[in-house]
Write a protein that binds this ligand. Structure first.
Ligand code: CTP
Ligand code: CA
Length: 220
């Protein structure tokens, strides 16, 4: 079991991990969000810590207990995640964006609860900042950027496009249509995509996926 026999091969490394969903307020009682539970991000944080890294987590609201070993910054919205990441990204050796960031938020979030009327209603949405795209433009020398990609179709092609567009080093793709992969599960089935190669891993626990990703990032 890797947990008890970990080599401290990442000691001296600083790793920033984003995890969980963001929440975009519609009004004081309602929000738009997604099914991310933070499990994959927290698994990476734990694996990195066990291997001696200094870990910072920027996390949306999850049911997972905050690990005592990491610096944990809790955020709600995509905007708050962006601010938190900008504050601490500078001296990180690797940034791993496992968070499921909302792409849109309500243009105006009322301060009062919206009352229903007899008719239908619609909510105007605006784009959030793409945090990973920003990191790809502002990365420091030697900094390694890793994203995650959730797709239900054309997984490889769409994920590779994200790798290029965001100017990152690696993207971890998972197909939401596979059993044993995706939201809330303890296992995952991922394909690691870099500029040079594509590597599909068999189904394994998120803890094991975490170690494989760290191997790929730091032991090349
Ligand atoms: N991401 C981000 N900021 C956003 C949206 C996404 O940093 N506003 C990051 C995610 O954390 C993830 C990667 O970009 O690491 C890919 O996210 P994904 O939702 O799969 O792709 P998008 O680029 O948002 O494209 P789409 O949702 O249309 O597939
Ligand atoms: Ca998205």
């Amino acid at each position: 079991e890797r947990e008890v026999a970990c080599q401290k091969d990442l000691s001296g490394k600083k790793i920033l991990i984003t995890a969980g969903p963001t929440i975009e307020a519609i009004d004081p009682v309602r929000f738009i969000s997604n099914h991310s539970t933070g499990k994959m991000g927290y698994a990476i944080a734990k694996a990195a810590y066990l291997r001696g890294a200094e870990v910072t987590i920027v996390t949306g609201k999850t049911d997972t207990k905050n690990p005592p070993f990491a610096k944990v910054i809790e955020i709600k919205s995509a905007k708050e995640m962006f601010e938190a990441v900008k504050d601490c990204y500078g001296d990180q050796d690797a940034i791993i964006k496992a968070a499921a960031v909302a792409d849109y938020r309500p243009k105006t979030a009322g301060t009062e609860k919206t009352k229903k009327t007899d008719g239908d209603m619609s909510i105007e949405l605006e784009r959030t900042d793409d945090i990973l795209l920003w990191l790809g433009k502002h990365r420091k020398d030697g900094q390694f950027l890793c994203g995650f990609s959730m797709e239900t179709q054309n997984m490889l092609e769409n994920s590779r496009k994200k790798l290029d567009k965001k100017n990152i080093d690696m993207i971890v793709a998972n197909n939401l249509k596979m059993a044993g992969a995706g939201f809330g599960t303890d296992t995952n089935i991922v394909t690691i995509i870099t500029r040079e190669k594509e590597q599909e891993l068999e189904m394994m626990t998120k803890d094991e996926v975490a170690h494989r990703l760290l191997d790929e990032i730091f032991i090349r």
